[in-house]
Design a binder for this molecule. Sequence first.
Ligand SMILES: O=C(O)CNC(=O)[C@H](CS)NC(=O)CCC(=O)C(=O)O
Length: 274
Amino acid sequence: MKNGHIYAVQMCSGTQPEENFAQLSALLRAQTFTRPALVCLPESWLAFCETPQQTLAYAEHSQHWVAQLQQLCRELDIWLAAGTIAIKAGESRYYAASLLFNNEGVEVARYNKIHLFDADVADNAGQYRESTLTCAGEDVVTVASPFGRLGMSVCYDIRFPGLYQAMREQGAEVLLVPSAFTTVTGKAHWQPLLQARAIETQCYVVAAAQQGHHENGRQTYGHSLIVSPWGACLAQAPEGVDVIHAQPDLTELHAIRQKMPVAAHNRFKSDFYE
Ligand SMILES: O=C(O)CNC(=O)[C@H](CS)NC(=O)CCC(=O)C(=O)O
């Protein structure tokens, strides 16, 4: 039995929330959805800023954009996994927050990115220090939905299998990975990491990505991807702005788990995230 329709939006976000929101809402209004529909957005879709200070500045107005998104969900009758938005955490820091809205515009889950990308990469940005003003999340988040039990994660999290095992232990069936992978690391690691998490957890993996040359000077890999619990690539975006689509089939997912019960066989269950 199929369980609704999942769409992943690939974007090339600029630095201005007004422009990115206008682009997104035009894209979604032009799209034909089969319902129930879950639309997944990439990391930092609302504003892909040049500096953490600029991100902190727009975070002052996040609630305005949250209200706009809620309206869009009601109007288009869609669920929305809103990639990440910067949400204030105290006076001078913010969370990279992933908010999930249902088709009535109600916020049904909120995940704050746990693993922050502090790394050196051989590209023109060179140094990434996400922890400068971002506050790391601490909680594993999964939530029931018409598309299966959704597990929430973001971008760099994909490199930490313990988080995905923890979501699997909470009953996750569809793992969301909104991303803004660098082109350099994406070429080397993106697809194998997503397929590995899907195969290990026997979950669908939905990764909406930023793509292209951005106004902030950064270059991202794109290749938005939806992977099946068997590790098959069900849909992959070409270059540019695009929307990809797949239908999760939870009957098939549970057949895969029954035939090869890796969760029951696992001798290395971690209590780290409990
Ligand atoms: O800074 C923003 O505005 C948006 N956030 C990002 O772009 C984040 C943190 S810098 N990027 C990643 O996590 C890339 C991870 C990655 O590329 C890898 O794991 O290889």
